[in-house]
Design a protein around this ligand. Sequence first.
Ligand code: NDP
Length: 453
Amino acid sequence: MSYLKEVIARTEEKNPSQPEFIQAVEEVLMSLEATVDKHPEFVAASIYDRIVEPDRQLMFRVPWTDDSGKVQVNRGFRIEFNNAIGPYKGGLRFHPSVNLGIIKFLGFEQIFKNALTTLPMGGGKGGSDFDPKGKSDGEVMRFCYSFMRELFRHIGPDTDVPAGDIGVGGREIGYMFGYYKKIKNEHTGVLTGKGIEYGGSLIRPEATGYGAVYFAAEMLATRNDSFENKIVVTSGAGNVAQFAVEKVIELGGKNISFCDSSGTIIDMDGFDTEKLHFVMDLKNNRRGRIKEYVEKYPNAKYYDGKSVWDVVRDEGIKCHIALPSATQNEIDETHAEALIKNGCYCISEGANMPSVPKAVDIYLENKILYGPGKAANAGGVSVSGLEMSQNSLKLSWEREEVDNRLKIIMKNIHEASRNAAEVYGFDKDNYVAGANIAGFLKVAKAMVAYGVV
Ligand code: NDP
């Protein structure tokens, strides 16, 4: 058994019942074989065993009172995974599916993603099995206060800086930051994704979706191609999906899909700005379901209980570019095969680990352009890093300046991934290997420098 397979086996034994975490560890470590030979100092310092073990795992009780006066209890998590190159940084997810293994997979991925951004940020992630869907603003506020009542003692602008993720948007960040500020009596950049009035950065809401499109545009440019007149399928209808679609419209592409956890809409006419604003209002203000789209735009079709990828497969929908932006493992091997059969040759992942390992194998075998989440969706955390800088400097940069910095960061991540792939003996287009190696090397070298701590 190879050295890294032994590390994976040990990790699996120590972390039973955490399939998503093991999947993420396997995906990263299996790209790192070439680093074992080139860097005996990493083996000598047991870097591979150390990097899969979080610095600290926090689990806590989150009690809150619902509108009927009943006391509810949820579980809170914060995984401070690795701070070798900067304070822990990563989002908070509020979703009923959240458990320790899911937060660990997200925290582990975050280490390499953050290293790729070139900004000084370590990896962390947190959240709760609380479901904000169907809750009143008052209930969400009381939950967020209770969550922060424990989290505040573990975070800080130079220690650990959480942000949003699924189920955590501007409203939730506002409640959590407000409560932190109240109990600490400090107005510091302890969370990112804040409102623009109280320390947020312009372009932060847009950053993950825009970044995934910028990354796709970089990949397409290597083949002298662009978004112009391309049919694009996007999953999700939340923060990442909305702004990915906005940027695709701007670049001349035709986006035809959105989904939520209830079903999918396909609009073969494509979205324009008016249709997109309808979806943004539906999801962000009215907190409605995506099926309402077809009531407003009857030319579109709603597929109840189906994901975008089910519909692409079952209805033979033609497309050129895919932007999965909902959740982990949403694309299985049948979806991957159907995408390629239907003409898709570029996939840029807005979501974290949305493709199962067999789907990734299919992308690589077919040599399509494939940007894995840790590279393609790094725009969000990059602008979070820029928000931290603005908070430290007590400055606020213009929209154009932040967007330009985002574009440069996405270009650099793309370049760094291609270069690392080539140097370590992979095809330049293998962004999976390239992103894993480039992110890992930076963190591993810092860990070696510190000795055994
Ligand atoms: P949001 O909560 O804003 O939106 C998530 C969307 O995906 C919702 O429309 C949701 O539908 C849908 N969705 C969630 N689970 C499923 C499911 N099982 N099947 C179908 N649809 C589903 O989250 P974000 O847009 O912020 O996050 C989306 C993805 O992007 C996640 O993987 C996240 O980790 C990743 N990401 C986000 C970043 C950010 O800056 N926000 C940064 C980097 C990555 P419903 O409302 O019905 O649940």
